[in-house]
Design a protein. Structure first.
Length: 133
């Protein structure tokens, strides 16, 4: 059994990719070519850090068709709540300060709502706030 697998692997690897796809798989009747694509991201960067008695968020975007940002917070990393909705800033960076952040590990994400109706989430940033006193 092991020698049959080795023979098939050797045969498959010695063929050009399109030939292997058509000859080794009967579902393909024509050579198939794949074009690698990269998903376009609305967000260029997103940062969160403690600032005085709250958490400062800052992010920039790579497109101009965002109509609104939805700021979301979570204390467990999975259940997010909306804490605010803001319009995009005219400058390069958008900023928000969460004055109501409690103690613990706080997860933040931003939802960008675009003019075409599509939306995209940023990466999640985590900030740790230690309870004082």
């Amino acid at each position: 059994m092991k020698s049959i697998r080795s023979l098939i692997a050797l045969l498959f690897l010695s063929m050009p990719a399109t030939q292997a796809a058509t000859e080794m798989n009967p579902l393909f009747s024509k050579p198939v070519s794949f074009i690698p694509t990269k998903a376009f991201s609305v967000f260029g960067a997103f940062h969160a850090h403690r600032q005085q008695n709250g958490v400062a968020l800052a992010w920039n975007i790579t497109t101009g068709n965002v109509t609104e940002f939805v700021i979301e917070r979570s204390y467990d990393g999975s259940s997010f709540e909306i804490i605010d909705r803001i319009s995009p800033a005219l400058g390069a960076w958008n900023r928000y300060k969460d004055e109501a952040a409690g103690a613990g590990y706080i997860h933040y994400r931003i939802k960008a709502i675009q003019s075409d109706g599509f939306s995209e989430y940023s990466a999640i940033e985590v900030v740790r706030i230690v309870k004082r006193g």
